[in-house]
Structure formats: structure tokens, C-alpha cells
Design a protein around this ligand. Structure first.
Ligand SMILES: CCCCCCCCCCCCCCCC(=O)SCCNC(=O)CCNC(=O)[C@H](O)C(C)(C)COP(=O)(O)OP(=O)(O)OC[C@H]1O[C@@H](n2cnc3c(N)ncnc32)[C@H](O)[C@@H]1OP(=O)(O)O
Length: 190
């Protein structure tokens, strides 16, 4: 991925010593269209006004996601809301972590750099990767380009995901969470 503008370079990433992320033996092969992980997910599910993101496993352990920005996603007239762009990156980064490592994890920290406005009607092409693993801490980063895989970089993001047990979802969320994950075909299989 391309270098950040000098004015926006920040702290080293990952911020701690990490091991290289070894893809799980069951990680999807390059070219695989990645399944919706939960059909009520705002990022990838069949939710009115949701982001309806779709992702594909790429070469070199990169995950490619697309976010088609509609009028439902505006912050200012004709422009995507920054919070929804952050949501799109949370989804893309989570998809990279979940599919490559196949370890259940939640976002602990998410940071975004908004470099260019993202207009309604445009598609953001997001490429995400896992950068390193330190125990339960899983570090990932992504960039989103306007209109094409080689378009201008509009947003960059990086995130810490923390591996959790499946009880995280049943204890804090819905006791039937695992059943609901399973009801979405090809999903998290504890
Ligand atoms: C399996 C098959 C998959 C198949 C394919 C699936 C595809 C799947 C696609 C998913 C796509 C959706 C992607 C959206 C994902 C969400 O949006 S998840 C929802 C938003 N996130 C949350 O709700 C998380 C809420 N927070 C929490 O539950 C807890 O704070 C956490 C994150 C679990 C951590 O709590 P904890 O387990 O008690 O652990 P804790 O000791 O506090 O932290 C662990 C380590 O992380 C560090 N840490 C934690 N938070 C931070 C932070 N903010 N900053 C810095 N360090 C931190 C701690 O310092 C600690 O470091 P060490 O001391 O170990 O060095």
C-alpha cells in the first residue's frame, strides 16, 4: 500500500512487537467471495440503510471490500458521513482478521484518517490486511480508494482487534447469538 502523506504520519504500527500473522489453514483461498458473517450486521447484512458491503479474499492475504455510498449514508449533502466510513472500515478490517485468522475477535480500537471527501454515488474500494499478532491482540490496517482499486486514497484506517471467547457474544449480547450466527450460512462455527 502507498505511503501516508508526511503531514499525517503517526506512531509506529503495530505499536507493540508482534508476530507475523500466519493465515489459518481454513482461510478462504484467493478469489473467494466472503460470506456475510451475520445477516443482521449493519456492515454486511441485509439491513435497510446498511452498508451492504461485499468482500473478496485477494492475493497476498489481502481482503478487498467495496462500499457503495448511497443517499442513506450522507453526513453533509452529497457526501458520506465519516462515522459510516469508519463503520465500513471496521467491517473490512474485521473481515480481514476473521477470515484470515479465523479467531473470534472484537474491535478494541479503531482509528481513521479521512484524506478526501467521499461522494454519494461513489464506491470505496477498501483493501485490508492483518499486520501482526501479539497474543490476543490482532492488528490490522486498510486503505480505501475512490472509484477503483487504483483510485485516489480517500480514507486510511488501522485497528486493534482483541480475540474473545464465543461467550463474549452470548453473555453480553444475545444468549442465542451462536444459533443466529449459524443461521447465516457459512458463518462463525464455534
Ligand atoms: C471464528 C471464524 C470467523 C469467520 C469469519 C468471520 C468474519 C467476521 C467479520 C466481522 C466483521 C465485523 C467487524 C465489526 C466488529 C465490531 O465492531 S465488534 C463491536 C465493537 N467492539 C466492542 O464492542 C468491544 C467492547 N470491548 C470489550 O468487550 C473489551 O474491552 C475487549 C475489547 C474484549 C477487551 O477486554 P478484555 O477481554 O477484558 O481484555 P483486556 O485485558 O482489557 O485487553 C486485552 C489487551 O488489549 C489491549 N486493549 C484493549 N483495548 C484497547 C484499546 N482500546 N487500546 C489499546 N489497547 C487495548 C489491552 O491493553 C490488553 O493488552 P495486554 O495487557 O494484553 O498487553
Amino acid at each position: 500500500m502507498s505511503e501516508a502523506p508526511r503531514s499525517r504520519r503517526s506512531t509506529p504500527w503495530p505499536p507493540v512487537d508482534t508476530e507475523s500473522p500466519a493465515p489459518h489453514p481454513d482461510a478462504p483461498r484467493p478469489g473467494t467471495k466472503l460470506a456475510v458473517h451475520y445477516d443482521q450486521c449493519f456492515g454486511c447484512g441485509d439491513v435497510e440503510g446498511g452498508l451492504h458491503m461485499r468482500s473478496t479474499m485477494g492475493e497476498h492475504a489481502l481482503v478487498h471490500s467495496q462500499f457503495a455510498v448511497t443517499e442513506a449514508h450522507q453526513g453533509a449533502p452529497g457526501l458520506a458521513h465519516g462515522g459510516l466510513l469508519a463503520c465500513a472500515f471496521d467491517e473490512a478490517l474485521g473481515s480481514a482478521v476473521g477470515n484470515l485468522l479465523r479467531r473470534p475477535a472484537v474491535t478494541g480500537k479503531l482509528e481513521t484518517d479521512f484524506l478526501r471527501p467521499v461522494p454519494v454515488g461513489s464506491t470505496l474500494f477498501i483493501t485490508a490486511k492483518v499486520d501482526g499478532v501479539a497474543g490476543r491482540k490482532l492488528y490490522a490496517s486498510a486503505e480505501g480508494r475512490l472509484g477503483a482499486e487504483d483510485g485516489s486514497v480517500a480514507v486510511r484506517a488501522r485497528a486493534l482487534f482483541v480475540e474473545v471467547g464465543f461467550e463474549h457474544f452470548t453473555t453480553h449480547g444475545d444468549p442465542d447469538a451462536l444459533t443466529k450466527f449459524r443461521q447465516t450460512p457459512d458463518q462463525i462455527n464455534p
